[in-house]
Design a protein around this ligand. Structure first.
Ligand code: FDP
Length: 281
C-alpha cells in the first residue's frame, strides 16, 4: 500500500501546482455525468493516472471523469476509484476543492474497500487517510506531508451541512434540518464535499447530508467516487454513514460506476436524529 499512498502524495503536490499556476479556462468537453468539465479536472485526472501507471501493484483505475475503468497492470492487486478534482466549480471563486480516492482489493464494491484517502486543496494542502482502523491527518509542509493527530469523531457535534436544493426537499428532510438548527447546530456548507466533510471531521462532528429530493430522488453524489470513500473514513473515525433507508452506505452495492445515492454522514447522534426524522425504526 505504501507505493499507492506515495503516488497519491505526488499527485496532490502536482495538482496543487497546477491549481496555483494554470490559467482558469473551460474545456469544451462534458464529463460522464454531464457537468461542464474544467481544464483543471482533465489535468488532475492525467496527473493521477500517470502516477498510478508507475505502480505495478495498481491493477485498474476508474476516474469520475471517464466512462470506463482502465486496466494498468493486470497482475496488480489494487483497484482504485477516484474523483480527481471534486467541487471544481468552486475554483473560480477560490474556495477549497479536493481529490477523493477509494482503494479496493477486488472489484469496485464497498465491501472490498481497503483504504480511503482525500486531499484538500485549500489555504493549505492537507490529506486524510483511513487505513487499518485509523484515520490520520497530514499537512503538507516544506515539500512533504507531515503526520498530525489521529482523528476521532465525537458522539455529537455542532455543525450542519445540508446539501440539495431546498425547494425540492421532502417534508421529513426539512424537519430533520430544521430540528438540528433548533437544537443550536450551525450552518457550514461551502458546496464542496471535501472541505465540508473535512470541517465536520476536524471539528468533532455534525451532519453532512445530501438527500434524495423531488427532482433527484437518488441524490447527486456518486457512490464510487464520493460516497463510499467518505463513508469508510467516517465509520473508521467512529461516526456513521447511511442512506435514506438507514442502511450503511458501506453495505450498498454499486451496479454502475456513476450511480448516485442519498447520503448522511456524521457523528452517531446526528445520524440517529436522521433515522427519527425519516421514520426508520
Ligand atoms: P460540484 O458539483 O461542484 O463538483 O459532486 C460534486 C459536488 O460539487 C460536491 O463536491 C458537493 O458536495 C455537491 O456537488 C454540491 O452540490 P449542490 O451545489 O447541489 O449543493
Amino acid at each position: 500500500m505504501k507505493p499507492v499512498f506515495d503516488a497519491i502524495e505526488h499527485s496532490a503536490h502536482r495538482i496543487s501546482e497546477a491549481i496555483t499556476n494554470e490559467d482558469l479556462c473551460y474545456g469544451d468537453s462534458c464529463n460522464a455525468t454531464g457537468d461542464m468539465q474544467l481544464k483543471l479536472d482533465i489535468q488532475s485526472d492525467l496527473i493521477i493516472a500517470e502516477e498510478f501507471s508507475k505502480i505495478t501493484a495498481v491493477k485498474a483505475i476508474a476516474s469520475e471523469e471517464k466512462e470506463e475503468a482502465e486496466t494498468l497492470h493486470p497482475e496488480g492487486r489494487f483497484m482504485i476509484a477516484y474523483d480527481p478534482l471534486d467541487g471544481s466549480s468552486l475554483i473560480d471563486v477560490d474556495l477549497s476543492v479536493g481529490t477523493i480516492y477509494g482503494i479496493y482489493d477486488g472489484e469496485f464494491q464497498a465491501k472490498n474497500m481497503l483504504a480511503a484517502v482525500y486531499v484538500v486543496h485549500g489555504p493549505r494542502l492537507e490529506m486524510v487517510t483511513a487505513y487499518k482502523g485509523g484515520v490520520r491527518h497530514y499537512i503538507f509542509r516544506h515539500g512533504r506531508f507531515m503526520e498530525q493527530e489521529t482523528i476521532r469523531l465525537g458522539e455529537k457535534g455542532k455543525l450542519n451541512a445540508p446539501g440539495g436544493t431546498q425547494m425540492h426537499w421532502y417534508p421529513h428532510h426539512k424537519k430533520l434540518i430544521e430540528g438540528l438548527f433548533a437544537e443550536g447546530y450551525r450552518l457550514r456548507y461551502s458546496g464542496g464535499m471535501v472541505p465540508d466533510l473535512h470541517q465536520i471531521l476536524l471539528k468533532g462532528g455534525g451532519l453532512f447530508s445530501y438527500p434524495g429530493t423531488t427532482d433527484k430522488p437518488n441524490g447527486k453524489l456518486r457512490k464510487l467516487f464520493e460516497v463510499f470513500p467518505f463513508a469508510y473514513i467516517y465509520e473508521t473515525a467512529g461516526g456513521a454513514a447511511v442512506d435514506d433507508k438507514g442502511r450503511r452506505l458501506m453495505e450498498l452495492p454499486c451496479d454502475d460506476p456513476h450511480e448516485t445515492t442519498p447520503c448522511f454522514l456524521g457523528s452517531k447522534y446526528e445520524v440517529e436524529k436522521m433515522r427519527e426524522a425519516y421514520g426508520i425504526g
